[in-house]
Ligand binder design. Structure first.
Ligand code: GRF
Length: 216
């Protein structure tokens, strides 16, 4: 079975990258991580890739005059490594419409809220301030608008009375580490297809209400 050649773009800690690397270590997983790109030289996640023997490259946005030149350099690296699919995992740069269009339906992102609620930053503070009882995470195909695009997988977690943003973030992060490998598996298997700007899933079970969607 040819595995889908996947690049992961990071900017920092890399715990989602670590979850993806662990999933891809299984011989029957339908994707392999062939490249990790960081725009920050000191991103902690680079060490996870190195430990797994995955090539890394640092392409620092501050070294370029504008987003186009920065992205052209990333794309040259992706082409050289024959990448088919990109996972954004805590990548803190906005991508241009041109980049997003070229990678349409081959570019996925994880966001720490139940989209379309709480796009952008500080999601956990905002969820607590809004008084929602459930929050969670979303893996979605990327579109030009930030944190927008067809939803592949979501998981919900409760917001508890004593939560502060850090406690809630930790609970959501555990869900992220389940969701991102599941979403990558679905996309790489061809079981998550975009039809009329919604993701149609095939071969997945019926979700438990309010828990994780879909169970795999
Ligand atoms: C995660 O919460 C992810 O949802 C968001 O950025 C954070 C990255 O964390 N986009 P990590 O670097 O994967 O640990």
């Amino acid at each position: 079975m040819a595995r889908v050649r996947t690049a992961v773009l990071i900017s920092g800690r890399g715990s989602n990258l670590q979850a993806l690397l662990a999933a891809c270590a299984a011989p029957d997983f339908p994707a392999e991580i062939v490249l990790v790109v960081s725009n920050e030289p000191d991103a902690g996640g680079l060490a996870y890739a190195e430990a797994a023997g995955v090539p890394t490259t640092v392409i620092c946005h501050r070294d370029f005059d504008g987003r186009d030149a920065f992205e052209r350099t990333i794309e040259a690296q992706l082409a050289e490594t024959r990448v088919d699919l990109i996972c954004l995992a805590g990548f803190m740069r906005l991508l241009t419409g041109g980049f997003v269009a070229r990678w349409r339906d081959r570019l996925i992102n994880i966001h720490p809220s139940l989209l379309p609620s709480f796009r952008g930053l500080h999601t956990h503070e905002r969820a607590i301030a809004a008084g929602v009882r459930l929050t969670g995470c979303t893996v979605h195909f990327v579109r030009p608008t930030m944190d927008d695009g067809p939803i592949i997988v979501q998981a919900a977690v409760p917001v508890l009375p004593d939560d502060d943003a850090d406690r809630l973030a930790a609970r959501v992060l555990s869900a992220e580490h389940l969701c991102y490998p599941w979403a990558l598996r679905l996309v790489a298997d061809g079981r998550a297809q975009v039809v009329d700007e919604r993701v149609v899933l095939t071969g997945v079970g019926i979700p438990e209400p309010h828990l994780i969607s879909p169970p795999l």
